[in-house]
Design a protein around this ligand. Structure first.
Ligand code: IMP
Ligand code: MG
Length: 178
């Protein structure tokens, strides 16, 4: 539970997110149009709302799997060491894979996950992030598709938490301590 009192200021509305998801899914559907072997991999837990909206807009035969990597713990600082807490259920060798992340911040998490999955020899490996904070980058990493670039603010909502809270907000908001 967060310890200091804070308020949440809306940054990206539910409506803007839905419109962006629609656009992204049109591009992704085109990119993977010729394949019937796509696995959409959600990074738990922050991507659970995003992946739910994404897969319902994809006009493709897909499978869904999940992977959990450690990140912030309960604080606001990224840990540079990435650990896999829960691995995929299925094999991805020879398959097309789309990794779905909530935020690319320092870049360590997505970088680590993509290297790990690449080592399992998928036919194609792509990534999508709802949010990108380029100012915070520590490793050279960019998702193949990005929903929104945002400034260096701590955000919550649409699946994204602050110490496990606020994941259920339908919009993205920034945390402001009061
Ligand atoms: P990275 O390894 O620093 O790129 O961190 C990525 C992970 O940190 C994301 O998957 C999020 O779970 C978490 N994260 C980064 N920025 C925020 C934020 O503003 N709010 C909540 N979680 C964040
Ligand atoms: Mg995360």
């Amino acid at each position: 539970m967060p310890t200091k009192p804070y308020v949440i200021d809306e940054m990206i509305s539910a409506k803007s997110i839905a419109a962006r998801v629609e656009d992204l899914c049109r591009e992704i559907t085109e990119e993977f149009a010729a394949t019937d072997k796509l696995i959409v991999v959600g990074l738990l837990r922050g991507s659970f709302v995003f992946i739910a909206d994404l897969v319902r807009e994809l006009d493709l035969p897909i499978e869904v799997d999940f992977l959990e990597a450690s990140s912030y713990g309960d604080g606001m600082q990224s840990s540079r060491e990435v650990r896999i807490l829960k691995d995929l259920r299925g094999a991805i060798e020879g398959r097309d894979v789309l990794v779905v992340e909530d935020i690319v911040d320092t870049g360590h998490t997505l970088h680590h996950v993509m290297s790990l999955l690449r080592s399992r020899n998928p036919a194609r490996l792509k990534s999508i992030a709802l949010l990108d904070k380029p100012d915070r980058r520590e490793v050279d990493m960019k998702a193949d598709w990005t929903g929104f670039e945002i400034p260096d603010e701590f955000v919550v909502g649409y699946g994204i938490d602050f110490a496990q809270r606020n994941r259920n907000l339908p919009f993205i908001g920034k945390v402001r301590f009061t």
